[in-house]
Ligand binder design. Structure first.
Ligand code: ADP
Length: 745
């Protein structure tokens, strides 16, 4: 066989399927084509590589259209015993060379990535043997001296060391939390107890995060088995919770849960214990494969697109002696790490658990995993872990700014964690106006029961910033209610109000108390926080809406102009564009010029003339004050001259409503925990810093209010630096090049 084919990239999905694999495949294909490289799909994982023939096929731009929203993997996956044998890999090498493939993007779990690495190591030997057998010629072998691989981790378990998230884990969490929410409502009606078993193999990620997001009572994870006599402790905890106001009890069990001696803890055993010792009607729900199914969430679509794109860059830059890399997410950015090191460490965690070296297993999971486990335990317990001080400190919580899903979750976490520290927790109803009117009440552990999953804001929120004249009344209210510390959960105007109090503290000593702002805004426009609570929920609502819009439009030749929220921040527009495969987004950061619109119309006309049926544009609500959504619709329609019709859709307040997504619930809890730590620490030190919290490069960061104005664009109410703007080239690489024609995004 003599091959003078251009180098091609092969992409396969292997092992267990995971939601988001399709987005990764699409990104690999389009990024490769965008860079002028050929790309082949290898169907049914390694089995397709061994079988060859029709199972290895070149893909074009449109072949990966309309797959972003689909669960599973459209190129199939399989477990392939033949690939475990050298003979199978020999055949696989020959089949790849038939298409000039010597670069592979492997999307799978640790097994698939181990197989890929072995294949890479053997490659020169395999080629020599193929030459010897006369199956390929020497020239072909010389042209492809090395196999270059890039690994993407497709696994709902989120068990890979070296990436913060694996493809599918967030969507699986969506499925689990939906189920927990549903079960909670029925359990509460009958005051029942439920044991819910979730997947995750050796990894407790899904169990722990769903227990936090679901507001559950108890969780059992493989990495940190419960202590001796846990059965009794669990029963006591549930009993205390009931006494403090819970109507349901939910225990989450990871499928790999075990006790300190390594004996598996089954969900049925937990049920038996609860039934025997508490005398409660206890049911087991094993969630099973629903966790793998369904449409991928916004995060999985975006992340998979980003890592797929990065894998192609990695492979195109690789040389014969480059060390193979795994492409994943580190600290909210795409990151790369040596593939085999990651795989080895992942397998080491499983080994640690088997050897009952739990401390080491927890350590390898990372510090935020351990931190979240501790936070969960503190929140689930209705009794404080410390003796209440003689004079408990009084911490008040209030919301400010527009509504953001997750505000309730943050407030609940703050109340419970504050109580756990021995504080008295106060809720201010109606934001700063409520503070002026003295609408302040003490909140107990039971008062915030059920808030985790609730959209809206039980304490109420408003965009009102106290006027200079009102500051005196605010100060009086803080004094009258003996407020020692303030947690302000909200958006831009909440930050503005906090900053105002801070700057006026010399005039009003009542403002000399520790205070901290926690970012909650669907706009994601807050300083020094890459993500704010509510943005993920809004993004999912948009993506869900866009899926429907796309389906509705497929029957006609249609362009859609969809308007999304965000005020002066284009985050929601860009991310929803990435997650839904939009052709064009209009951002307030870039504005819109007439010449842009003209070029867009020309692209549209060219596309529809070439046979495409759908064109999606997303316009951030303030992209341009004059070129409104309606103006764009009419412009496109007029210029299209009947070639296609144009519809507009303003998604509106569905973006602010809805129950918080799992990610927002977990983030709300994590940030609230740090805020309570911060306020407690300040009070202990007798200090009164004003601060705001956020995620900077994925890490919780507390910044002083004093310097807040240095990092914001006050006119546009957004941070001066916005990390996500760097993702624009990926968005462009995914949109169709002008020369290409038919469908679809
Ligand atoms: P996952 O990738 O999800 O961990 P598996 O462990 O089942 O799933 O691996 C998927 C496929 O990858 C296997 O069926 C096999 O074809 C290949 N594979 C896994 N481990 C190896 C290995 N050590 N050597 C060669 N191929 C392997």
């Amino acid at each position: 066989m003599a091959c003078n084919l251009p180098t091609s990239i092969g992409v396969l999905t292997s092992g267990g399927d995971a939601q988001g694999m399709n987005a990764a495949v699409r990104a690999v294909v389009r990024s490769a084509l965008h860079q002028g490289a050929a790309v082949h799909a290898i169907y049914e994982g390694y089995q397709g590589m061994v079988d060859g023939g029709e199972r290895i096929r070149a893909l074009s731009w449109e072949d990966v259209g309309s797959i972003l929203h689909r669960g599973g993997t459209v190129i199939g996956t399989a477990r392939c015993p033949a690939f475990r044998e050298r003979e199978g890999r020999l055949t696989a090498a020959r089949n790849l060379l038939r298409h000039g493939i010597d670069r592979l993007v492997v999307i799978g779990g640790d097994g698939s990535l181990t197989g890929a690495n072995l294949f890479r190591q053997e490659w020169p030997g395999l080629l020599a043997e193929l030459v010897q057998r006369g199956e390929i010629d020497a020239q072909t072998a010389q042209q492809h001296p090395a196999l270059m691989i890039a690994g993407l981790v497709g696994s709902i378990d989120n068990d890979m060391v070296g990436t913060d998230m694996t493809i599918g884990a967030d969507s699986a969490l969506h499925r689990i939390v939906e189920a927990i929410d549903a079960i909670t409502s029925t359990a509460a009606s009958h005051q029942r107890t439920f044991v819910i078993e979730v997947m995750g193999r050796h990894c407790g990620y899904l169990a722990l995060m769903s227990a936090i997001a679901g507001g559950s009572d108890y969780v059992l994870i493989p990495e940190s088995p419960p202590s001796q006599d846990w059965e009794q402790k669990m029963c006591d905890l549930l009993r205390n919770g009931r006494a403090a106001g819970r109507r349901d009890s939910i225990v989450v069990v990871a499928e790999g849960a075990q006790d300190r001696q390594g004996k598996p803890i089954t969900s049925d055993y937990v049920r038996q214990v609860l039934q025997d010792r508490l005398g409660e009607d206890t049911r087991v729900t094993i969630l099973g494969h629903v966790q793998r199914g369904g449409t991928p969430g916004a995060f999985d679509r975006c992340m998979s697109t980003l890592v797929g794109h990065a894998a192609v860059q990695e492979l195109l830059a690789a040389t014969a002696d480059s060390e193979p890399q795994m492409i994943g997410m580190r600290y909210n950015r795409v990151g790369r790490a040596p593939l085999m090191q990651c795989v080895e460490q992942t397998q080491a965690v499983a080994r640690m658990i088997a050897e009952q070296n739990y401390a080491k297993a927890m350590e390898l999971r990372g510090s935020s995993f351990t931190e979240m486990f501790e936070t969960f335990k503190a929140m689930a317990s209705a009794l404080p872990s410390v003796m209440p001080p003689a004079r408990p400190r009084r911490l008040a919580i209030l919301h400010g700014g527009g509504l953001a899903p997750g505000m309730n979750t943050a407030a609940r976490a703050a109340v419970r964690l504050g109580l756990d520290r021995g504080h008295t927790m106060l809720g201010v109803h109606g934001s700063f106006e409520g503070l002026l009117d003295g609408r302040i009440e003490e909140l107990s552990w039971g008062d915030v029961e059920g808030w985790t999953a609730m959209g809206g804001a039980e304490l109420g929120t408003s965009r009102h910033v106290p006027s200079i004249e009102q500051l005196y009344t605010v100060a009086r209210a803080l004094e009258t209610h003996d407020i020692d510390g303030l947690l302000i959960i909200g958006g831009w105007t909440a930050y503005k109000a906090a900053h105002l109090l801070y700057t006026e503290r010399e005039r009003y000593p009542a403002f000399k108390i520790p205070m901290i702002c926690l970012p909650a805004s669907i706009d994601n426009n807050l300083p020094r926080s890459e993500l704010s609570i509510g943005a993920d929920t809004a993004l999912n609502a948009i993506v869900h809406g866009l899926d429907r819009i796309k389906q509705s439009a497929m029957a006609a030749r249609r362009c859609f102009v969809v308007e999304v929220m965000g005020r002066n921040c284009g985050y929601l527009a860009l991310m929803s564009g990435l997650a839904s495969g939009a052709e064009r987004i209009y951002l307030p950061e870039e504005g819109v010029r007439l010449k842009d619109l003209q070029a867009d119309v020309e692209r549209m006309i060219e596309g529809f003339r070439g046979g495409r049926r759908f064109y999606l544009t997303i316009r951030s609500e303030r992209a341009n004050a004059q070129y409104t959504t309606d103006f764009m619709r009419r412009l496109f329609e007029e210029e299209g001259e009947g070639l296609f019709d144009v519809r507009q859709s303003i998604l509106g307040h569905v973006q602010q409503g809805g129950n918080p997504s799992p990610f927002d619930r977990v983030l709300a809890t994590r940030l609230a925990a740090h805020c309570i730590d911060f306020l407690t620490g300040e009070l202990q030190r007798g200090s009164a810093t004003g601060a705001y919290i956020g995620l900077v490069e994925g890490k919780v960061t507390i910044s002083p209010l004093k310097q807040m104005l240095d990092v914001v664009d006050l006119d546009h109410r957004r941070p001066l630096e916005q990390w996500w703007l760097d993702l624009r080239p990926v968005m462009q690489a995914m949109a169709r090049p002008a020369a290409e024609t038919p469908d679809s995004a």
